[in-house]
Design a protein around this ligand. Structure first.
Ligand SMILES: [Zn+2]
Length: 299
């Protein structure tokens, strides 16, 4: 087998792996859950899927997002190791299965809180990556929903969930822990990589850029940031991410204004300065397409 054919097969295998990842049909048996202390009462659990945030203190546990259903037992073990009692509340940053897959298991012990549109998505059938998802069982649904913002007074902290419209999806929330000086960005931040933006479910790249700018203005300089995907980040990391969003949108906008097609734009690619952002789930072609589609939509 020559090198070229081997490469094609490897790319095909990688893509299959990605799709499986996206639809949660992969073998998760080898995944381990790593617990990172972020600051104050806040921890980040890293496994497979979206990063989990946990407030652990005298009132017990509050968790943000819960990855894929098959990881629930391992996540529970990691929660038990924090040794702060029971899980009381679970917040979902948005409806995607790599952030809500554990809802059915954890909804048995905790009250699930989310934006109105998260419940609306979970309660009905959705199609993502060409596959039908849901509807979710009752146990997995948020029982407390909000439209703009909501605070939970827990572990000596006013934990605040704030909805931002039409970014990663149409139901995104960012969760602030002002006393611990931590924020969970949900999938409004993919640290160090081009993000997935769910345009079919109310997302828009320009909305992500606008919402990230709004959040940057709200954050103190020494904030610790839990991104939806990627490592614990700083305000400078978030600013670099925002600059990438603006810079790459600008490249595509100029070509759209000049009448170029999506094919032309993909063929031209991005300047090499943005290459390092293509190491995540979304490669340059996919990112250019998301920007192109977002520019064609009213925000
Ligand atoms: Zn997502």
């Amino acid at each position: 087998m020559n090198v070229r054919i081997t490469t094609v097969i490897m790319i095909a295998m990688t893509m299959t792996g990605y799709c499986s990842n996206a639809i949660a049909q992969q073998d998760l048996s080898s995944v381990t859950i790593k617990t990172h202390h972020v600051a104050g009462n806040i921890y980040m659990l890293e496994g497979r899927g979206g990063n989990i945030g946990v407030s652990a203190g005298p009132d017990g546990l509050l968790m943000i997002d819960d990855q894929f259903a098959p990881l629930s037992d391992k996540i529970q073990t990691a929660l038990d190791k924090l040794d702060k009692g029971k899980l009381k509340f679970l917040l979902n940053t948005h409806w995607h299965g790599d952030h809500t897959g554990g809802n059915e298991a954890f909804g048995k012990q905790a009250s699930i809180i989310a934006h109105t549109n998260v419940r609306a998505r979970l309660v009905t059938k959705q199609t993502l990556f060409g596959r039908e998802v849901g509807p979710s069982p009752k146990q997995a649904l948020p029982v407390i929903t909000f439209d703009d913002s909501l605070s939970v007074h827990f572990n000596d902290e006013k934990i605040k969930a704030v909805h931002l419209p039409h970014g990663h999806t149409d139901g995104d929330s960012v969760i602030f822990f002002p006393k611990s000086n931590v924020v969970h960005m949900g999938d409004l931040m993919f640290a160090g990589m081009f993000p997935f933006v769910d345009i079919d479910h109310g997302g828009n790249v320009l909305g992500v850029a606008r919402n990230v700018e709004t959040i940057i203005k709200m954050l103190p300089k020494d904030i610790k940031i839990i991104p939806g995907h990627g490592p614990i980040s700083t305000l400078d990391d978030l600013k670099a991410y925002h600059a990438m969003l603006l810079g790459t949108v600008d490249v595509v906008r100029k070509q759209v204004d000049a009448g170029k097609s999506l094919e032309d734009i993909k063929a031209a690619g991005l300047p090499a300065t943005w290459d390092k952002w293509a190491g995540g789930f979304i490669k340059t072609d996919g990112w250019l397409e998301a920007i192109y589609k977002s520019l064609k939509q009213p925000l």
